[in-house]
Design a protein around this ligand. Structure first.
Ligand code: HSE
Length: 434
């Protein structure tokens, strides 16, 4: 590989929505990108699944191939851009490219979440790099901010609205007075929901991004299996209304927090009550937001488009430019100030917050005291209770706010309530963020 090339040739795997955006702007904005990168960024090959498919972006002839491995192994393509999606094939391509000392730019959060530890170790071993700005919050340059701009800081907490589809659904429910199911139908019709709906609706996409933010700032890979991950399926229109009456909005929040006196690490994705007077509460529709509490810079809020062709292509192009600028540097990326001894994971008994509980209960005498008893036995103190008529026969809705309690106590109370025939499974539990 020429150590100081005039141009850097890119192998692009995946030419879907984002890939075509990257291809388009690499051509249309070639001069500006050359000025930014200090050398030309040239598309040297594009791997697609189906060669015969019509595409909106014209490429120079001969660039397309159906064989990604051709690009991975071509020594004339030292920069690999992986935008194919999935995890197992991208893992193999990325690992091989890194073994060959290549730089890899990826938007693939699931890949990094599942195999990041192995892939970053490979990059380190072989002098390659992985850049992943597009994998978290699309057009918001949060990785660069955390990795570079806040390099001198300790990051105490990150709260993120990291899944645009969930935020769109919650916003439309609230603004248009619609149920979760009604908005989901229209989100599907508009193509806003991932083919694997669970990624959006059950919190997994936000969890992948949360894991990456935790690794970047705290130096520990946390498996999604050891964090609380809950999506928005349980949130009802009434919850959004009750929350607002009490001075909050409900947002799906990915949280990275240092908790307790030992500063242990807690990760979660949950519908959460966010105070109305915070910027996070004002982030609507498909927008994403990341709140960073940094010890030197102080609190920082980043808001922008977390998905879509242009915002995501913008992030990928930023990485391609960054890679080209630093081509001769031997400093491994990412460099971050994560402590050499990463924090231990916090146990549920170490995580504390006030909580919102909405229960749908049988409307008969004694039920309120049963609910209060379950909370009290778990050591939870109730701050306020609201009872509302429920649309269904013989049912009532109870909304309780608790004082600060541990996650362990809350888990215990929820288990008891779910097993109580008067309560059943129709409930929502949310932390209240301060
Ligand atoms: N489905 C994702 C979202 C796309 O809604 O944010 C970006 O990961």
């Amino acid at each position: 590989m020429n150590p100081s090339p005039e141009e850097i040739r890119i192998g692009l795997i995946g030419f879907g929505t984002v890939g075509q955006g990257v291809g388009q702007y690499l051509q249309e904005r070639a001069d500006a990108l050359t000025r930014a990168a200090g050398r030309r960024l040239v598309l040297g090959g594009v791997a697609v699944r189906d060669l015969s498919r019509r595409r909106t972006v014209d490429l120079p002839p001969g660039l397309l191939t159906a064989d990604p491995w051709k690009l991975v192994r071509d020594p004339g393509l030292p920069l690999l851009c992986e935008l194919a999606g999935g995890t197992e094939d991208p893992r193999a391509w990325t690992a091989e490219a890194l073994r060959l000392g290549k730089t890899v730019v990826t938007a693939n959060k699931a890949l990094l979440c599942d195999h990041g530890e192995e892939l970053f170790a490979l990059a380190h071993e072989h002098g390659g790099r992985i850049l992943f700005e597009a994998s978290v919050a699309g057009g918001i340059p949060v990785i660069e901010v955390l990795r570079d701009s806040l390099a001198a800081n300790r990051v105490e907490r990150i709260l993120g609205i990291l899944n645009g589809t969930s935020n769109y659904i919650l916003t439309r429910m609230e603004q248009d007075g619609l149920s979760f199911g009604e908005v989901l139908e229209s989100a599907r019709a508009n193509g806003f929901v991932e083919a694997d709906e669970s990624l959006d609706l059950d919190g997994w996409d936000a969890a992948h991004k949360t894991v990456l933010l935790a690794w970047l700032t705290q130096g520990r890979w946390v498996s999604t299996g050891s964090m609380t991950v809950e999506g928005i399926r349980r949130v009802r229109l009434d919850d959004l209304r009750y929350a607002r009456e009490m001075g909050y909005r409900i947002k799906l929040i990915g949280a990275v927090e240092r908790v307790g006196t030992a500063g242990r690490l807690a990760l979660s994705v949950r519908p959460s009550l966010v105070p109305l007077d915070t910027l996070l509460a004002d982030v609507d529709g498909v927008f994403n937001a990341v709140r960073i509490d940094a010890d030197l810079a102080g609190p920082l809020d980043l808001i922008g488009r977390g998905a879509g062709q242009d915002p995501t292509a913008s992030a990928v192009l930023a990485d391609l430019v960054a890679a080209a600028r630093q081509w001769e540097s031997s400093t491994p990326l990412p460099v971050h100030l994560a402590p050499p001894d990463p924090p231990e994971l916090a146990a549920p008994a170490e995580q504390e917050h006030a909580a919102y509980l909405r229960l749908t209960v049988v409307d008969r005498s004694g039920v309120l005291s049963e609910v209060a008893g379950s909370l009290s036995r778990a050591g939870i103190s109730i701050a306020s209770v609201l009872q509302r008529e429920h649309g269904g026969h013989d049912r009532a809705t109870l909304v309780l706010l608790t004082h600060r309690c541990t996650q362990a106590a809350l888990d215990e109370a929820v288990r008891a309530l779910a097993a109580d025939e008067s309560v059943g499974d129709d409930f929502l539990v949310c932390p209240i963020l301060d």
